[in-house]
Design a protein around this ligand. Structure first.
Ligand code: ZN
Ligand code: ZN
Length: 316
């Protein structure tokens, strides 16, 4: 099959072996895949991943142990847990230490014609959701994860740091749940584009400290420290940027101001799919381009261009 393969760099391969599902796994024909910041990080060497990247997809099931999904369009939870460890027993398979993660850790991903995932990871996509929306289910689930981790009152003031793909989706999810927020960034034209979606924006330098909740979706090392500056005493900071790992951390303000820090990663797909189906979230205005898989290298280059938002690959 054709696939984008990451070794030291990403290359298009036309001779990549078709994946063979093992027992308990389904074979899926990818229809559309989304390129996200994590993929760009992987291409720069994050996690030392070697294989096919891509974890945001919508596809059609060809083979499965679940007869009811065969032939259906699906999205899929990206963590493939072992099902046998203590964390899996507690229903926390997304934290299973033995897990593989689609296109990120030990499992080929979605920038290809086919992929495999455990049968139970698949969620059928209602016919009312077009591929261009369904492909956002994974990052939107990551936005909805926030509601699983902390309860937000409608009266709380919320700032989102980061005027990129994830920050915009988080703001859309908050708005869909009737929680107003302000997205802050450094780039006027990006902010203008986000404002055109009906979301409130601000230059980051113009934010005043005192937010009840600050969400760091900058994808940059300095986002965490900036979030600590902007949150009120006893407020909460939610970290969505794995890039925070390389930041010179100064936890003193978090202690002095008694800040609750919440790390946040992947989420359940159900609430995200429901938000897409109901139309409460329509992420399609975030699409900057749709490329055929054949032009995947150009697509990745386009995704690295800061003037673009979401770049999609069409595999079929
Ligand atoms: Zn992603
Ligand atoms: Zn496990």
């Amino acid at each position: 099959m054709r696939a984008l393969f990451l070794d030291n760099e990403v290359r298009l391969r036309r001779d990549y072996p078709d994946p063979r599902p093992v027992s308990g796994e389904s074979l899926i024909k990818v229809e559309m895949a989304g390129i996200c910041g994590t993929d760009l990080e992987l291409a720069r060497g994050y996690m030392s991943y070697r294989g096919i990247p891509g974890h945001e997809f919508v596809g059609r099931v060809i083979e499965s142990g679940r007869a009811e999904v065969i032939g259906r369009r699906v999205v899929g939870e990206i963590n493939a847990a072992c099902g046998r460890c203590e964390w899996c027993d507690r229903g926390l398979g997304r934290h299973c230490p033995n897990r593989t993660v689609l296109g990120i850790l030990g499992r080929d991903g979605a920038f290809a014609e086919h992929l495999t995932l455990p049968d139970e990871n698949l969620l059928p996509v209602p016919d009312s959701i077009p591929n261009e929306s369904a492909v956002f289910c994974e990052p939107l689930a990551a936005a909805y994860e926030i509601f699983e981790q902390t309860h937000i009152q409608p009266t709380e003031s919320i700032a989102i740091l980061g005027d990129g793909r994830l920050g915009s989706l988080i703001a859309m999810a908050l708005k869909a749940e009737r929680l107003p927020s302000v997205i802050a960034g450094h780039n006027r034209s990006r902010l203008d584009r986000i404002a055109a979606l009906g979301l409130k924006v601000s230059l980051e330098s113009e934010l005043k400290p005192g937010f009840d909740l600050v969400i760091d979706a900058t994808g940059r090392a300095e986002g965490f420290n900036r979030a600590l500056e902007l949150v009120r005493p006893r407020g909460r900071v939610i970290l969505k940027s794995t890039a925070a790992a390389s930041a010179p951390l100064n936890p003193a303000p978090a202690v002095i101001n008694e800040i609750t820090i919440i790390g946040s990663r992947c989420g359940c797909f159900g609430p995200a799919l429901e938000a897409l189906a109901s139309g409460r979230v329509d992420p399609r205005p975030l699409i900057s381009g749709i490329y055929p898989l054949e032009d995947g290298i150009a697509a990745i280059r386009a995704a690295t261009n800061r003037s673009n938002f979401k770049v999609l690959l069409r595999a079929a």
